[in-house]
Write a protein that binds this ligand. Structure first.
Ligand SMILES: NC(=O)c1ccc[n+]([C@@H]2O[C@H](COP(=O)([O-])OP(=O)(O)OC[C@H]3O[C@@H](n4cnc5c(N)ncnc54)[C@H](O)[C@@H]3O)[C@@H](O)[C@H]2O)c1
Length: 255
């Protein structure tokens, strides 16, 4: 393991670490020297990511946790601290795209589900992560928002509202816990080639490569593109940065 990595010696937690952006982030954290707790409601996916980290020689733990359930989130953070003694970095990445329906067609139940995972889930994570980080003198948190908050391109009122709320939570917690040495930032990915995006777009017969050609950098993001920003923000190299919401979208939101 590269002890010179930008997060060497840190203990990191990634929710939704079994797939897509979360999996790429867990792998990059490990390559950059962190010990990684991979949490996902799909525990088989979390274990598969952990096996990748094992092969890299990183210390890792897979945890089953649904972020919409406060008790499971509390147990997830407790498991991380019990196994590795502290928590330095948290990436609150688990999310759902919702059902792609405008408000008149969106059921109350579907609204509650999307907000329960994306927004309340982030709240539950922040609550327990911040408590653990205060106990060890600080930390860095990255919340996964979306460039959807900058550009509405699909009928996703539940998703867009949840991802806007995540920015408000980010700013509020950055203000409150900066004095405790805790930085909190949000990342706003544009369209990113992951199972979540391809599932939604294949269903609507949208070609991702063709779609990417419409944006300034002529491509959509990879999960690694997003992980690069997340891990840098989580590292001490971003030590003066807090309360921000940074797009990583190849110029998508400019179009
Ligand atoms: N892919 C994109 O284009 C894109 C764009 C902007 C923002 N995002 C955001 O990035 C994050 C990751 O998305 P992705 O594209 O990698 O998706 P993905 O579907 O590939 O991975 C999401 C992971 O989160 C897990 N998950 C879902 N609900 C959960 C819950 N309640 N508790 C715990 N784990 C849960 C899933 O099991 C899965 O492993 C999401 O928050 C998403 O909204 C994605």
């Amino acid at each position: 393991m590269d002890v010179q990595g930008i997060v060497a010696g840190k203990v990191a937690l990634v929710t939704g670490g079994g797939s897509g952006i979360g999996r790429a982030t867990a792998e990059l954290l490990a390559r950059e020297g962190a010990t990684v707790v991979v949490a996902d409601r799909n525990v088989a996916a979390a274990r598969a990511t952990k096996e990748d980290l094992d092969e890299l020689g990183a210390a890792a733990l897979a945890v089953e946790a649904d972020v919409s359930l406060p008790d499971q989130v509390e147990a997830m953070v407790a498991a991380a601290v019990a196994e590795f003694g502290r928590l330095d970095i948290a990436v609150n990445n688990a999310g759902t795209p919702g059902g792609y329906r405008d408000v008149t067609d969106l059921s109350e139940g579907a609204w509650d589900t999307t907000l329960g995972i994306n927004l309340s889930g982030t709240f539950h994570c922040l609550k327990h992560e911040i408590a653990a980080m205060r106990a060890n003198g600080g930390g860095a948190i990255v919340n996964m928002s979306s460039a959807t908050v900058l550009k509405m391109a699909a009928p996703q009122p539940d998703y867009a509202a949840s991802k806007s709320g995540i920015i408000a939570l980010t700013r509020s917690t950055a203000l409150a816990y900066g004095p405790d040495g805790i930085r909190v930032n949000a990342v706003l990915p544009g369209p990113t080639d992951t199972p979540m995006l391809s599932a939604g777009f294949n269903a609507r017969s949208i070609d991702l490569t063709e779609m990417g050609k419409r944006y300034p950098l002529r491509r959509i993001a990879t999960a690694d593109d997003i992980a690069n920003l997340v891990v840098w923000l989580a590292s001490d190299r971003a030590g003066i940065i807090t309360g921000t919401a940074i797009p990583a979208d190849g110029g998508y939101s400019l179009t």
